[in-house]
Design a protein around this ligand. Structure first.
Ligand SMILES: Cc1ncc(COP(=O)(O)O)c(C=O)c1O
Length: 702
C-alpha cells in the first residue's frame, strides 16, 4: 500500500527535490508529483525530465525570479492563492507526493506562512534535511516549530553523506524515525541514469521508508516525540485547563475568587447584593463550562446566545492564532484589512439584494444604534427630517444603549430612563396593528424594528414567517424602513443563516452580533441595503456617516468571523434541525403539563413558559436556575420562561441532560413529589442524571 505525503524541508536546498527524484525513480510509475509553488529553476520540469515515468502536475504558480513566491508575486503584481484554496486544488491522483518550497515557516503570502498550507493539506509530512554540519540543530528546530504549530512529521530524511551521530541525536531528542539517503553525486546536473542508479542502490532504504509511511508508529514513552504534536502544546483548540494556574480546580481558591469578585466587580443584570454567588468559570470546552471548584456544567444558553458550535471551537481558534501572527488591531477609518473585506463580502453574498455595505461595530446594541442612526439620517438626506418616530413591538428587546432602550422600552429594564428616551412606540406584533400605526403616523415614522421569528429576551416568543412577511409588506406599503434585529436569530442559531430568509423578505437594515464570530470574539455588523447606502454616496464630507468605535472591525474578530461564516452555510442548518427534532421529542409533551402555558421550539431553542404571573422578576425563574445547576446544567430563565439554547455541537447525552434537568426543575418548582416513581414519569429520555453528572458534585439523589 502506498500513501500520499508531503515533503517539507528544514530550509531551501535541504534536498527535497533530490529526495523526490530518488523516490520517484523507484515508485514513479505509481506516484504523481506536484509542487504547487515554484520560483527560479523549475523542480517540476526537472522531475519531468529526469523521471519520465512519473506523472507531474503543473504548479499553481510559477515565478522565474528565484526569491520567495510571495515576493516574486508582489513584484509581478500577481496574487498567491490562499493556503486553503491551494490545498483544495490538490490533483486528484493517489498516491501523490507534494513538494513544498523553503521551510515550513516560509512566507506563503497575504500574511500567512507555508505551515498553514500544510495544515490545510492534511497529509503526512516527511521532513528532509541536509546531513551537512548542523543537521541536528536544523532538524530539531524545525520539528519543534512544527510541534508548536500542532503538526507532527512522519519521518525525517537526511540527505547527503551518512552521519550516524546526527541520526542518533535526532532520534533521541526529536523522537523521529530517521532515514538516510545519499544524493546521486556532487554535481546537481544529474542525468536520469545517475538518479536511477543511485535510487536502485538505496532501494532498500526507500522500501523501508515506504513501509514506515503507512505504519502507525508505537510511541516510546521515554523519548520526546516531536514527530507528533507536542502534548504540552497540543492543537491549540484542545482545552488544557490544568496548564493554567487559574484553571486548576480548587474549591478554596474558588471561594476566594467569589470574595474578591464581590468587592471589585460590577456584573450585568446582577444585584450588588445577589441572592446567589457567581459561578467561577476557569475554562470552557465544547458545551461545557469548567468551574474553579472542579465541577463541569453544561452551558445550556451558549453563554448568552453567543457560542454557536461549541466553546473553543478548533476552526475559530486556528483562525484567531493564524491572524494574530500578522496583526493585532488597527483603526478602521482610512484603513482596511483583508479580514474585514473577506467577512463583509461573505455576508453581503447572503443578502436578498446585490450590493449594499457592512458597517462593523462590537456588540448587538451598537449594531442596533447604527441601524437606528442610519434609518433616521436616510430620511434626513431625503429631506424628510420629520421622520423621527420609530416603531417596535411589545416584548421586543434590542439592547441596553439609549437608542436600543428607546425602541425596546421594557418597563422593568428601562423604566427609570423613560424621560431620556427618544420617540418610539411599541405595538402588538401583528400586521394589522402595524398598518393602523403607520397610517396614524404617516410621514413621521423612520423605521420599524423587529426581532424576526423569535423575540429573545422578551420571553422567547415566536411568530411564524407569514407574520414577518406581512409586517415587511405593510412597512414597505407605508414607505417606511424595516430593520431586522438578527442579533440573536442570525448566523445559524435557528438553522438558516438569517431568520428573515424564512419569510423571503428584503429588509433595509440587518443587525448581527453574538454568533457572528461563533461567540469567540465581540463583533457586530449592521448591513445596509443598496437603497440605504445610496443616500451616502456623495463626495460632500458633511454627509459622512459620523459614527465609529475604537475597535470597529477588529481584525482578529473579523478573521474568526470570516472562518465561522465560511462553514456556516453547510453546517448550521442540519444541526439546528436535528436539535429542533430533539426538543420536540423530549420536551414537546410538557405542553400537557397543568402548570405549563406553552412550549415553543425553533431551531436550537426550546422555551417552556410556566403559568406564573410574576414576569421577569418572578422567583420561580431563580428557583429553576438553582435546580438545573444542581443537575449540572446552567440555564437563565427569563422569569417564568425556562429556555435552553445550547451550542449546535452539543452531544445527545448533554441534550438529554438539559431536557431532564428542565423537567425535574419544573417538577420541583411545581411542588411535585420527588420519588423514583415520579422521576421515571418525568423522564422520557432514559437518562439517569445521577449516573451522568460525572465529575460534578451535583446532588440529584432521588
Ligand atoms: C435581539 C437582540 N438585539 C440586541 C441585543 C443586544 O446585544 P448586546 O448584548 O451584544 O449588546 C440582544 C441581546 O441579547 C438581542 O437579543
Amino acid at each position: 500500500m502506498m500513501t500520499d505525503f508531503c515533503v517539507i524541508g528544514t530550509d531551501t536546498d535541504a534536498g527535497k527535490t533530490t529526495f523526490a527524484l530518488l523516490w520517484l525513480s523507484v515508485f514513479g510509475d505509481r506516484y504523481g508529483y506536484w509542487k504547487p509553488m515554484e520560483t527560479g529553476q523549475s523542480d517540476s520540469q526537472r522531475v519531468r525530465r529526469l523521471v519520465p515515468t512519473c506523472r507531474v502536475w503543473p504548479p499553481l504558480r510559477y515565478f522565474a525570479e528565484p526569491v520567495a513566491p510571495s515576493l516574486a508575486a508582489r513584484r509581478q503584481g500577481e496574487s498567491i492563492p490562499l493556503p486553503r484554496h491551494a490545498a483544495a486544488a490538490r490533483p486528484n491522483h493517489s498516491p501523490l507526493i507534494v513538494e513544498t518550497f523553503g521551510g515550513p515557516l516560509s512566507p506563503w503570502g497575504e500574511g500567512s506562512l507555508q505551515v498553514e498550507f500544510l495544515r490545510e493539506l492534511g497529509l503526512p509530512l516527511l521532513l528532509v534535511a541536509s546531513s551537512a554540519v548542523g543537521a541536528v540543530g536544523r532538524t530539531l528546530s524545525c520539528l519543534r516549530a512544527l510541534s508548536v504549530e500542532g503538526l507532527g512529521v512522519k519521518a525525517v530524511v537526511l540527505i547527503g553523506p551518512r552521519d550516524p551521530f546526527a541520526e542518533a541525536e535526532i532520534t533521541h531528542h526529536g523522537g523521529a524515525r530517521v532515514f538516510s539517503l545519499e544524493g546521486p553525486g556532487d554535481s546537481s546536473e544529474w542525468t536520469a541514469l545517475e538518479i536511477a542508479d543511485s535510487a536502485s542502490r538505496q532501494r532498500q532504504v526507500l522500501l523501508d521508508l515506504a513501509e514506515w509511511l503507512v505504519e502507525t508508529p508505537r510511541p516510546d514513552p521515554a523519548r520526546p516525540d516531536l514527530t507528533r504534536p507536542d502534548p504540552a502544546r497540543p492543537d491549540p483548540a484542545r482545552p488544557d485547563p490544568a496548564r493554567l494556574e487559574n484553571a486548576r480546580p480548587d474549591p478554596a481558591r474558588s471561594a476566594d475568587w467569589v470574595r474578591r469578585d464581590q468587592q471589585a466587580v460590577w456584573h450585568p443584570y446582577t444585584s450588588l447584593q445577589p441572592p446567589d454567588p457567581p459561578i467561577v468559570v476557569t475554562a470552557t470546552s465544547d458545551e461545557f463550562l469548567h468551574l474553579a471548584d472542579g465541577r463541569r456544567i453544561i452551558d445550556g444558553i451558549s453563554s448568552w446566545w453567543t457560542i454557536l458550535f461549541g466553546h473553543r471551537d478548533p476552526v475559530l481558534i486556528h483562525a484567531l492564532t493564524e491572524a494574530a501572527r500578522s496583526i493585532d488591531h488597527v483603526h478602521f477609518a482610512g484603513t482596511t484589512h483583508p479580514w474585514a473585506v473577506d467577512l463583509a463580502e461573505q455576508m453581503l453574498a447572503t443578502m436578498p439584494w446585490s450590493g449594499g455595505r457592512v458597517f462593523f461595530s462590537d456588540n448587538g446594541s451598537t449594531a442596533v444604534e447604527v441601524a437606528l442612526k442610519l434609518a433616521y439620517q436616510f430620511w434626513l438626506r431625503r429631506g424628510e427630517g420629520r421622520r423621527t418616530l420609530f416603531v417596535g413591538f411589545e416584548h421586543g428587546y434590542h439592547g441596553d444603549t439609549f437608542g436600543a432602550m428607546a425602541v425596546g422600552r421594557d418597563p422593568v429594564f428601562f423604566g427609570d430612563f423613560e424621560p431620556l428616551l427618544f420617540r418610539a412606540i411599541q405595538i402588538p406584533l401583528d400586521a394589522d396593528a402595524l398598518d393602523h400605526t403607520l397610517k396614524a403616523n404617516a410621514g413621521d415614522v423612520a423605521a420599524v424594528i423587529i426581532e424576526p421569528l423569535v423575540q429573545g429576551a422578551g420571553g422567547m416568543r415566536m411568530h411564524p414567517p407569514a407574520v414577518l412577511k406581512d409586517i415587511a409588506e405593510v412597512t414597505q406599503r407605508h414607505d417606511s424602513l424595516l430593520i431586522v434585529d438578527e442579533v440573536m436569530t442570525g448566523g445559524g442559531r435557528l438553522g438558516p443563516l438569517w431568520a428573515h430568509q424564512a419569510a423571503a423578505i428584503a429588509p433595509d437594515l440587518i443587525c448581527a452580533a453574538k454568533t457572528l464570530t461563533g461567540g469567540m470574539m465581540p463583533l457586530a455588523a449592521t448591513i445596509a441595503s443598496p437603497t440605504i447606502v445610496e443616500a451616502w454616496e456623495t463626495s460632500d464630507p458633511a454627509k459622512t456617516f459620523f459614527h465609529g468605535h475604537s475597535f470597529t472591525a477588529h481584525p482578529l474578530a473579523c478573521a474568526v468571523a470570516a472562518a465561522n461564516w465560511r462553514r456556516l452555510p453547510r453546517t448550521a442548518q442540519p444541526k439546528a434541525a436535528a436539535m429542533e427534532t430533539f426538543w420536540q421529542e423530549s420536551l414537546g409533551s410538557l405542553r400537557d403539563h397543568p402548570r405549563v402555558r406553552d412550549v415553543r421550539i425553533r431551531g436550537s431553542i426550546v422555551a417552556v413558559e410556566l403559568e406564573d404571573a410574576g414576569g421577569y422578576l418572578a422567583g420561580i425563574g431563580r428557583q429553576i436556575r438553582r435546580s438545573c445547576l444542581d443537575l449540572g446544567v446552567l440555564l437563565r430563565p427569563l422569569g417564568s420562561v425556562v429556555y435552553a439554547m445550547p451550542p449546535l455541537n452539543t452531544s445527545t447525552a448533554s441534550l438529554e441532560r438539559i431536557s431532564e434537568a428542565i423537567r425535574r426543575a419544573i417538577a420541583d418548582a411545581c411542588g411535585e413529589a420527588r420519588g423514583r416513581a415520579s422521576t421515571v414519569a418525568l423522564s422520557n429520555t432514559g437518562v439517569s442524571i445521577d449516573a451522568e453528572v460525572a465529575g460534578t458534585d451535583a446532588t440529584a439523589s432521588d
